[in-house]
Design a binder for this molecule. Structure first.
Ligand code: URA
Length: 204
C-alpha cells in the first residue's frame, strides 16, 4: 500500500529544523531518551533562553522547561514582567541524559562531547531566530554558547556584547536554585535570580 508522502516542510524554517532534530542520531543520547526536546517560541523572538538539557518531565512532554525548573522559571520571569510566549526557550543539549535507578531516572550532566555535538542544533536555532539577547542559564549553556573558559560566577549578571551585535547575559540555572539546601542561601540566590530576570526584562 502506498502511503502518502510526508509533506515537505519549507527549508530554513524552525518547523523543518525541529523535524530534522526529531530524528537526530548525532550522539548516543538519542538511544535512551523518549524524544528530542527542541526549542520553542516565535521565530522573531528578541530573547533566547538556553538551559542545559531536558529533564524527566520535558523528555516525556517533548517541551523544554515544563518540569520543576520550568515552573520556577515561569514564576520568576512572570514576576519580572516577561511574557514566556514572547521568548524562544531551548537547551544546549536536546536529549535527556539519565541513569536509571529503580523506577526513577536520575539526571546526568551532559559531557563536553555531547554539548559540542548538539551545538549543531543550537547554532541553527541562533541563526534562524537571530535574537538580540541570549540568556545562558548555567555553566553548560555558557560553555555551549561561548569559548570562554571561566567560572560562571565571574560572568554572572553581566550583559556582554558578542560578535554579531548580540548581548549575552549569564545567570544560574533554575535547577541549581531548587537544589540549595540552606534556606538563607537559597533566599539570597533566589533574590539574585529575580534581579537577573528584571535586568533581562530591561534589555528587551
Ligand atoms: N533543565 C533544563 O536545563 N532544561 C529543561 O528544559 C528542563 C530542565
Amino acid at each position: 500500500r502506498n502511503l502518502p508522502a510526508e509533506p515537505e516542510l519549507p527549508a530554513g524554517t524552525l518547523e523543518a529544523l525541529r523535524a530534522e532534530a526529531a530524528v537526530c542520531t548525532r550522539c548516543p543520547l538519542h538511544a535512551n531518551a523518549t524524544q528530542t526536546v527542541f526549542g520553542e517560541g516565535p521565530r522573531d523572538a528578541a530573547v533566547m533562553f538556553v538551559g542545559e538539557q531536558p529533564g524527566d518531565q520535558e523528555d516525556i512532554a517533548g517541551r523544554p522547561f515544563v518540569g520543576p525548573a520550568g515552573r520556577l522559571f515561569d514564576q520568576v520571569i512572570a514576576e519580572a514582567g516577561i511574557d514566556r510566549s514572547t521568548l524562544y526557550v531551548t537547551n544546549a543539549v536536546k536529549h535527556f541524559k539519565y541513569e536509571p535507578r529503580g523506577k526513577r531516572r536520575i539526571h546526568q550532566k551532559p559531557n563536553m562531547g555531547e554539548v559540542q555535538h548538539c551545538r549543531w542544533w543550537l547554532d541553527l536555532e541562533l541563526t534562524l531566530v537571530n535574537p538580540k539577547v541570549i540568556v545562558a542559564m548555567g555553566a553548560t549553556a555558557l560553555a555551549a554558547l561561548t569559548d570562554v573558559k571561566g567560572r560562571l560566577q565571574d560572568v554572572r549578571g553581566k550583559a556582554m556584547a558578542t560578535e554579531g551585535g548580540r548581548t549575552l547575559f549569564v545567570t544560574v540555572h533554575p535547577s541549581y536554585l531548587l537544589r540549595i539546601p540552606d534556606e538563607r542561601l537559597k533566599a539570597e540566590e533566589m533574590a539574585r535570580f529575580r534581579e537577573d530576570m528584571k535586568r533581562i526584562q530591561g534589555l528587551m
